[in-house]
Design a protein around this ligand. Structure first.
Ligand code: ADP
Ligand code: ADP
Ligand code: ZN
Length: 220
C-alpha cells in the first residue's frame, strides 16, 4: 500500500508516519528528512536545497522529484511506502503517479491531517528534532523523557532553523498557496480521507489505522 500524509507544516505528518510505518512494516519516506540528510552531508543536492529551506520555500519540483524517485527505486519500497511531505505540488503529484505506475503501483490512500493555523504555530514553536534519527518531540505536547535527549536513540535534540517564527508563517503561506490544492485533487480521485489532527497523538493514529484498514478491506 502506498499512503500519503498530507497536511500543513506542524500538522503531525512525521509523528504519525513514524507510528504507522512501525505498525505496517513499510518505510517512512519524508522528503524533508531526505533534504536535511543531504544538507548535513553537504552534498550538491543539499547545497542546492539550502536557500529554499532556509527561506521556508519549496525546493524546485525537478530537484525534489529526482530525489524522491531515487528513494522509491530502493528495494525496500516495493511493498509500498508512507510518504510524508511529498507531493507538495500538483506537478509532484503527477510525477509520483508516473513513478508508481512504472512499478505497477498507485496512490492507495491520502490521509489529510487537518489542523488550524494557530495550533500549527504552537506546534512548530515547541518542536524539537533528533539530530541522529529525525525523531520529533514537543516541549509541552510530547516531551522526551530527558530534556534535549532523544528517547529512541539517545541523540541530541535541536530546534530546526526553519521552525523560527519568521519562517513558520512563510511555510504556512506556501502550504496554502501551493500544497493545499492537493486536497481537492485527491478528493476528486476518491482516495482522500480527512482526519482531525487536533486530537492527541494516539487518537489521530487510531483514526489513521482505521482508514488504512478500511482501504485494505476495500482492496481485498
Ligand atoms: P514540515 O515538517 O514543516 O512539513 P518538512 O520537513 O517536510 O517540513 O520540509 C522542510 C522543508 O524542506 C520545506 O519547507 C521545503 O523547503 C523542503 N521540502 C520538503 N519536502 C518538499 C517537497 N515535497 N517539495 C519541495 N520542497 C520540500
Ligand atoms: P509535520 O511533520 O506535519 O510538520 P510533526 O509530526 O513534526 O509535524 O509535529 C509537529 C510538532 O507537533 C512536533 O513537535 C510534535 O511533537 C507535535 N505534535 C504532533 N502531533 C501532535 C498532536 N496530535 N497533538 C499535539 N502535538 C503534536
Ligand atoms: Zn533519535
Amino acid at each position: 500500500m502506498n499512503i500519503l500524509l498530507l497536511g500543513a507544516p506542524g500538522a503531525g505528518k512525521g509523528t504519525q508516519a513514524e507510528l504507522l510505518a512501525e505498525h505496517l512494516h513499510i518505510p517512512h519516506v519524508a522528503s524533508g528528512d531526505l533534504f536535511r540528510e543531504a544538507l548535513r552531508s553537504d552534498t550538491p543536492l543539499g547545497r542546492e536545497a539550502k536557500g529554499y529551506i532556509d527561506r521556508g520555500e519549496l525546493v524546485p519540483d525537478a530537484v525534489t522529484i529526482a530525489m524522491v524517485r531515487e528513494r522509491l527505486a530502493a528495494p525496500d519500497s516495493r511493498e509500498g511506502v508512507i510518504l510524508d511531505g511529498f507531493p507538495r505540488t500538483i506537478e509532484q503529484a503527477r510525477a509520483l503517479d508516473e513513478v508508481l505506475a512504472e512499478q505497477r503501483q498507485k496512490v492507495d490512500l491520502v490521509a489529510f491531517i487537518r489542523v488550524r493555523p494557530d495550533e500549527l504555530l504552537k506546534r512548530l514553536s515547541g518542536r524539537w528534532t533528533c539530530r541522529d534519527c529525525g525523531g520529533v518531540y514537543h516541549t509541552l505536547y510530547n516531551p522526551p523523557q530527558r530534556p534535549g535527549v532523544c528517547d529512541a536513540c539517545g541523540g541530541a535534540l535541536y530546534q530546526r532553523p526553519d521552525d523560527r517564527p519568521e519562517t513558520q508563517s512563510r511555510r504556512i503561506e506556501v502550504y496554502l498557496a501551493q500544497t493545499s490544492p492537493l486536497v481537492e485533487h485527491y478528493r476528486r480521485r476518491r482516495v482522500l480521507v480527512e482526519i482531525d489532527g487536533e486530537q492527541d497523538i494516539a487518537r489521530v493514529q487510531d483514526d489513521l489505522r482505521k482508514a488504512v484498514t478500511g482501504k485494505q478491506q476495500a482492496k481485498a
